[in-house]
Design a protein around this ligand. Structure first.
Ligand code: BGC
Length: 383
C-alpha cells in the first residue's frame, strides 16, 4: 500500500515539475544521463519542484545536489550550484566534492587519528598528512537508497539512506544514515540528517555544494556579500588543522558580522589565517548556536541578480571555503568552467578535528543515540 502511495506521490511530483510555470528559464537535466550501475546499485536523478517553479535535482550518487533553480529579482530562474550534466562526468571529475553529502567526518581530522574510549582509530589519509571529508571512499562516492515522498506539509521530499559498514575508511561501527531533502512552498531547501550506529563512533556529515548566485561561473563569487553570525573562528596550523583555540574575528578579515563582499579582504596575505587557507577556508563559531535549535547562521547575497540565500542551522560551526582550489580545467553544466573563486561552499557542521579537541562540541555517536542535524537554505530576492 505504502509503495503504491509513494509511486502515486512521485508521479504527481514529477508531473508538477513538468508543468512548472513556462518561460522561467528552468532547464531540467535528463534523468537518462544519470542512470548507471555502481557497486551493483542503480543511480538516478530525482527532481523536486514547488508551485513557484523553484526546482532542485539530486542524484543518489553521493546524495548530491546537481542543480538548484531559484528566482532572481528579474523573475528569471537561475541555477545557483555547480554540477555536471551526466553521471560519467561526476565519476571522472578530480573534484569529488561537487554537491554531495560528505562524511562520515566533514572537513579534517588531524593525521587521520582519534582516540575514543581509550582505543585509537586510524582513518584514511587523503589530504597531505590528514583525513578530509571522510576519506577517499566517503559518502560522496556511495550510491544511496532513494525514496521520494510528500512531507507532512505536502512538500516534495527525497530521503536518501546509506549503511556505512564497520571499518569503512577506518571508522568504527556500522552507521545508518538518512539525509532528507525537502523543497518547501516558501522557497526553502531543507536538509535533515539522522543517523544511528551499533558501536561508538564519530560523525559530522555536511552538504558540500558550490554556490554561485550569479547562476554562472562566468562571474566570480568575489562580488557576493556575505554575512556570518559569528564572533569567533577556530584558527588552524598551515595544514588547516585547528589549534584548539577560539579567536575573535573583531578587527580581522574574517569579520563578516556585517555584510562584506568576499573579494574585499580575501587577498590580505598579511593575515596568517588567510595565508594558510590561500583565502577563506575556515570554520566560524556560530553565535546563535543552541543545541537542537535552528537559528540564523549566514546570508549570501548577489546584487547583480538580487538573489539572497539565508542559511539556518542547529550546528555549532560553519566552514566557508571560497573555491580557491579551482583552476577551470573542468567544465560543468552549460559549458560553465569550474574556475578559481567562482563557487563557494558554506558547510554547516561541527568543528573540524573535534574528536581531538575536548573543548570542542562532541562529535561522538553511541549506540542507542540518534544523530540529527537540521539545516535550511532559504532563497529570496530583493524585489
Ligand atoms: C575544505 C577545503 C577543501 C574543499 C574541497 C572544503 O570543505 O575546507 O579545504 O579544499 O572542501 O572541495
Amino acid at each position: 500500500m505504502r509503495r503504491i502511495f509513494l509511486f502515486l506521490t512521485a508521479s504527481v511530483l514529477l508531473g508538477s515539475c513538468t508543468n512548472a510555470p513556462g518561460g522561467n528559464g528552468v532547464e531540467l537535466l535528463d534523468d537518462e544521463a544519470f542512470r548507471t550501475e555502481i557497486d551493483g546499485r542503480q543511480t538516478g536523478l530525482y527532481t523536486l519542484c514547488n508551485d513557484n517553479g523553484m526546482t532542485v535535482q539530486i542524484t543518489n550518487y553521493g546524495a548530491r545536489i546537481v542543480a538548484l533553480w531559484v528566482p532572481s529579482a528579474d523573475g528569471v530562474f537561475r541555477d545557483v550550484v555547480w554540477g555536471f550534466e551526466k553521471i560519467g562526468d561526476y565519476i571522472a571529475s578530480t573534484d569529488n566534492y561537487c554537491g554531495p553529502i560528505v562524511g562520515r567526518y566533514g572537513n579534517r581530522i588531524g593525521k587521520g587519528r582519534f582516540t575514543l574510549d581509550g582505543r585509537e582509530h586510524r582513518l584514511t589519509i587523503n589530504n597531505g598528512e590528514n583525513h578530509l571529508h571522510g576519506g577517499s571512499g566517503g559518502f560522496e562516492c556511495r550510491v544511496w537508497e532513494a525514496e521520494e515522498f510528500s512531507s507532512p506539509e505536502g512538500d516534495p521530499a527525497l530521503a536518501l539512506s546509506y549503511r556505512s559498514p564497520d571499518g569503512e575508511e577506518g571508522y568504527p561501527g556500522n552507521l545508518d544514515i538518512t539525509v532528507t531533502y525537502t523543497l518547501t512552498r516558501n522557497n526553502e531547501l531543507k536538509i535533515d540528517y539522522s543517523a544511528t550506529t551499533d558501536a561508538p563512533t564519530v560523525l559530522n556529515p555536511t552538504s558540500h555544494v558550490y554556490y554561485n548566485l550569479h547562476g554562472t561561473t562566468a562571474r566570480s563569487t568575489d562580488s557576493h556579500l556575505l554575512t556570518i553570525h559569528a564572533s569567533r573562528f577556530t584558527p588552524t596550523d598551515a595544514g588547516l588543522i585547528p589549534t584548539g583555540e577560539l579567536l575573535e574575528v573583531e578587527g580581522t578579515p574574517l569579520d563578516f558580522r556585517t555584510p562584506r563582499t568576499i573579494g574585499e579582504r580575501i587577498d590580505d596575505r598579511s593575515y596568517e589565517p588567510l595565508r594558510f587557507g590561500n583565502g577563506y577556508d575556515h570554520n566560524w563559531v556560530l553565535d546563535n548556536y543552541r543545541p537542537h535549535e535552528i537559528a540564523p547562521a549566514a546570508e549570501l547575497y548577489e546584487p547583480a541578480t538580487g538573489i539572497r540565500m539565508r542559511i539556518l542551522t542547529d550546528q555549532p560551526g560553519l566552514q566557508f571555503y571560497a573555491g580557491q582550489g579551482m583552476d577551470g580545467r573542468e567544465t560543468g553544466k552549460r559549458g560553465d568552467r569550474h574556475a578559481f573563486r567562482t563557487g563557494i561552499a558554506l558547510e554547516t557542521q561541527n568543528f573540524p578535528d573535534a574528536p581531538n579537541h575536548p573543548n570542542f562540541p562532541s562529535a561522538v555517536l553511541r549506540p542507542g543515540e540518534v544523530y540529527s542535524q537540521h539545516t535550511v537554505y532559504a532563497f529570496e530576492t530583493d524585489k
